[in-house]
Ligand binder design. Structure first.
Ligand SMILES: Cc1cc2nc3c(=O)[nH]c(=O)nc-3n(C[C@H](O)[C@H](O)[C@H](O)COP(=O)(O)OP(=O)(O)OC[C@H]3O[C@@H](n4cnc5c(N)ncnc54)[C@H](O)[C@@H]3O)c2cc1C
Length: 449
C-alpha cells in the first residue's frame, strides 16, 4: 500500500488548511495537504464564496493580518482583488472582493514557494489510532487505499472528518433536532449594471436592509459593494414565478469587475453535510434554485436585465457541520463580552450571524473584537491532532461568527505554526509554549493585540 510520510499532514486545502500548511512549512517542517478536490481554497473557490468578510472589527481596526493579508496582497498585485472596501450593507466594517479563479492559482503558487506538498483527488476516510495517538490516516484515490503518516495532523476539513473518525467529543447542530444553518449554492452573473442598481437604491432606500449605508453612493457616486434587500422585487418575483425559496431578500455582492455580481440567495434547510444522501439531494435542488433566482433577477431587479450566469459553485456551500468539543468551547457569551484569553492565537470581529435552520431570515448581532484561545483547537482525546477552521471547539453562536474566511485563515495560521513548534520542541501539542507561539505569530505579522 502506498504510504506518505510527513512531519505535518493537513487534511483539507480550504482557507484554514492552506494557511496552516504555509505557516508550518515556513517553520521548516515537511508538510502535506490532502484535498479531495483538484484546487485549493475550499469554499472560497469550490463554493464561489466572495467577498471575504471581515478583516476588521466594527471600529475599523484590522484584526486579521498575517498570511491572510499576504494572500490579499498577492491577489491585489495581480488585479485579482480590490483590497478591503467598506461594507455598504453596514453589517461589518469592511469586505474584501476577490476573484475565485485567481485564488486557485495564487494559493497553489504560495504553497509551491513554501515547499508544501499537495495531494489532490484524495479523500481521507479513516484513521488508525493507538492510545490516543493517530498512527496513520487512511485515504483513497486512483491508487486505491493509501496511508498518510505524520507526526502531527491538522483537521482542516471544515466538517471535522478527522476528529469524528478518531472518536473525539463533538456536537452537531441545534440542541434537540440537530438542525444546522441552511445551505446555499453561490453563483455569479456578468453584465450586471451596478450604476442602475445604485440609482435604484438611492431612490428606494426602504427596499433595502435598514443598516445600508448610502452615504458614499449619494455623495461620491460610489457603486454599492454589498446589496441586501430588493424586498419588493423578491416577494413579487417569488409569487409570480411560483418559487418557494426560504429567504426574505436578495443578497449579492459586486465582484472584482464592475459588471460582475456574486449571488448568495439560494437556500435549503435540513441538509446534513455529513450525509452523502442529504448532500446529493441538496446539490440537485440548489442548482435548480440558482436558475430560478437568475430568472427572477433578470425579470424583476433593475440592473440585471442583460445579466447572464457566469459560474455556479460546483459544490453546495456548507455553513455549519460538526463542532469539536475540545479543551475549551468558545461561546456566544464570550463573543458578546469581547472576552480575551491568555492563550489567544487569533482575534476576530465578524458578527454572530445565524441563518435560521428551519425558515427564512437570520439573526445577527454585532460583536467587538474577541479572542480565540489555542485550547479551542485541541481535542481532548487525541494528542497529535489540531483542529482548524469552522469546526473548532465552540458553540453554534460562536461558530456563526468565526466560520467566515478571514477568521478561519487566522486560526489556520496559528494551527500550522503550533504543529511545527511541537515537532521542533519535541513536545506534544498540549505542552507547547503558548507565549512563544504567540510571539512567533506576532513576529510573522499576525494581530494579537
Ligand atoms: C453559502 C456560504 C456563504 C458564505 N459567505 C461568506 C462570505 O461572504 N464571506 C466570508 O468570508 N465567508 C463566507 N462564508 C464562510 C466561509 O466560506 C467558510 O466558513 C470557510 O471557507 C471555512 O473554511 P474552512 O477551511 O474551515 O473549510 P472549507 O472552506 O469548507 O474547506 C475544507 C476543505 O477540506 C476538504 N475536505 C473536506 N473533507 C475532506 C476529506 N475527508 N478528505 C480530503 N479533503 C477534505 C474540502 O474539499 C475543502 O477544500 C460562506 C459560507 C457559505 C457556505
Amino acid at each position: 500500500m502506498k504510504e506518505y510520510n510527513y512531519d505535518v499532514a493537513v487534511i483539507g486545502g480550504g482557507p484554514a488548511g492552506v494557511c496552516a500548511a504555509l505557516a508550518a512549512a515556513r517553520s521548516g517542517v515537511k508538510v502535506l495537504i490532502v484535498e479531495q478536490y483538484g484546487v485549493l481554497g475550499g469554499m472560497s473557490t469550490m463554493g464561489q464564496v466572495a467577498p471575504w468578510m471581515t478583516f476588521h472589527d466594527m471600529n475599523g481596526v484590522q484584526v486579521v493580518k498575517g498570511i491572510a493579508q499576504e494572500i490579499v496582497n498577492r491577489l491585489t498585485e495581480r488585479g485579482m482583488c480590490r483590497g478591503h472596501v467598506r461594507d455598504t450593507m453596514g453589517e461589518t466594517w469592511s469586505v474584501t472582493p476577490f476573484d475565485n479563479e485567481g485564488l486557485k492559482l495564487v494559493l497553489a503558487e504560495m504553497c509551491g514557494e513554501a515547499g508544501v506538498s499537495l495531494l489532490f483527488h484524495t479523500f481521507v476516510f479513516g484513521a488508525e489510532t493507538e492510545d490516543g495517538h493517530i498512527t496513520a490516516l487512511k485515504a483513497a484515490n486512483k491508487d486505491g487505499e493509501i496511508r498518510i503518516c505524520a507526526k502531527e495532523f491538522i483537521d482542516a476539513s471544515g466538517d471535522g472528518d478527522i476528529f469524528a473518525m478518531t472518536g473525539c467529543s463533538m456536537e452537531k447542530g441545534r440542541e434537540g433536532d440537530h438542525l444546522m444553518q441552511p445551505c446555499t449554492t453561490n453563483f455569479s452573473m456578468y453584465g450586471v449594471d451596478f450604476v442602475k442598481i445604485r440609482d435604484f437604491m438611492l431612490a428606494h432606500p426602504e427596499d433595502f436592509h435598514d443598516k445600508t449605508d448610502m452615504t458614499a453612493m449619494r455623495e461620491e457616486g460610489a457603486l454599492p459593494d454589498c446589496i441586501s434587500g430588493f424586498f419588493d422585487e423578491w416577494n413579487r418575483g417569488q409569487k409570480e414565478l411560483d418559487m418557494h425559496i426560504l429567504r426574505e431578500r436578495i443578497l449579492f455582492f459586486r465582484g472584482i469587475r464592475d459588471d460582475i455580481a456574486t449571488i448568495n440567495t439560494t437556500r435549503l434547510t435540513a441538509v446534513d453535510c455529513t450525509d452523502a444522501d442529504s448532500m446529493s439531494k441538496a446539490e440537485v435542488e440548489l442548482r435548480k434554485q440558482v436558475y430560478q433566482v437568475a430568472e427572477l433577477l433578470k425579470k424583476y431587479v433593475p440592473g440585471f436585465e442583460k445579466a447572464e450566469i457566469l459560474g455556479v459553485a460546483p459544490v453546495v456551500g456548507i455553513r455549519e457541520g460538526r463542532r469539536l468539543v475540545g479543551e475549551y468551547m468558545l461561546t456566544g457569551d464570550d463573543l458578546r463580552a469581547a472576552r480575551r484569553f491568555p492563550d489567544d492565537i487569533a482575534v476576530y470581529g465578524y458578527p454572530i450571524d445565524q441563518h435560521h435552520p428551519d425558515g427564512a431570515g437570520f439573526t445577527q448581532s454585532t460583536v467587538a473584537a474577541y479572542g480565540i484561545p489555542y485550547r479551542t483547537l485541541l481535542p481532548k482525546e487525541i494528542d497529535n491532532l489540531l483542529v482548524a477552521g469552522r469546526c473548532i471547539s465552540c458553540d453554534r453562536e460562536a461558530q456563526s461568527s468565526l466560520r467566515t474566511t478571514p477568521g478561519v485563515m487566522a486560526i489556520g495560521e496559528a494551527a500550522g505554526a503550533a504543529a511545527a513548534e511541537a515537532i521542533k520542541a519535541g513536545v506534544s501539542l498540549k505542552e507547547i509554549d503558548v507565549p512563544a507561539l504567540q510571539a512567533l505569530l506576532k513576529s510573522r505579522g499576525a494581530y494579537l493585540d
